[in-house]
Design a binder for this molecule. Sequence first.
Ligand code: C5P
Length: 310
Amino acid sequence: MTSAHLDAPPVTVRVPAKVNLELLVGPLRADGYHDLSTVFQAVSLYDEVTVADALEWGCTVIGPLADGVPVDGDNLAVRAAKALSSDARHVGPVHITIRKAIPVAGGMAGGSADAAATLVACDRLWGLGLSRDNLEWYAAQLGSDIPFLIAGGTAIGSGRGESLAPVLARGTFQWVFALAEGGLSTPAVFAELDRLRGDGPVPEPMPTPELMGALRTGKAAELAPHLRNDLQAAALSLRPGLATVLEEGIGFGALAGIVSGSGPTVAFLVSDVEAGLDLAVALTASGVVRDVRRAHGPVHGAHVLPTSVD
Ligand code: C5P
């Protein structure tokens, strides 16, 4: 490896968070994963990841949500850059700067988003010209949600969640996210689901046609009754206080509330921008949540930002 291109301009990629509109979890597999059928939607909470040629590998996380993110080799973005670099000869090392706005360990794929952004950014920085399929292949090796954060939009994920098919979704949906104090570990939430399920048979997960139909209407009121997350019971078991958050959000007028992915962020679907503002104000005032973010979806996946002209 060489650091021959230290004068190459840094590349910044903007990457969204995700919410699972439907997350159906099948039986535990021999490899420790669960077969999933999930419908992802990319939402407008963004991390920005800048990669710059450097003399040694490094990572800095900045922004109000930066606390608790590892900056060493455990950081998924660093692992993503190193994986790409070891296959592409004569590239690296890089310094990665992550401006964090996606909740950490919040069930919105923040770490996966940073890895997705890093793959896209390093591909550009190093002039690799990888195809989208190729990038998604690297993404799938690193984590189940990462290919979706490259793709964006609304998509069905199967297998571990990494195998994607597009979904026809009309319109834009408005969301309010209730952020919790502290995160939840994804493996711990899956393990809790297995414990709650016991030894009974678990059916293979299949996308539900009702949800697909609701997405085609583009109407939030049609979508609301079909939001479903099999991990919700496990997240509530580990974090019983989330039940109060869900109740409060519905009480304040949300069309539906659901734990986002493995939690503990709670996602509320609202009818329009104004309803989102009202809900955000009410939840903040209630004191049951750490913080609130409004967002809309679907939005595009990881994309390079235009460089500023001096
Ligand atoms: O793929 P990723 O590294 O994001 O997954 C984190 C953890 O979540 C896995 O180690 C596993 O415990 C759990 N998981 C699972 N089934 C999936 C995806 C994730 O059990 N389909």
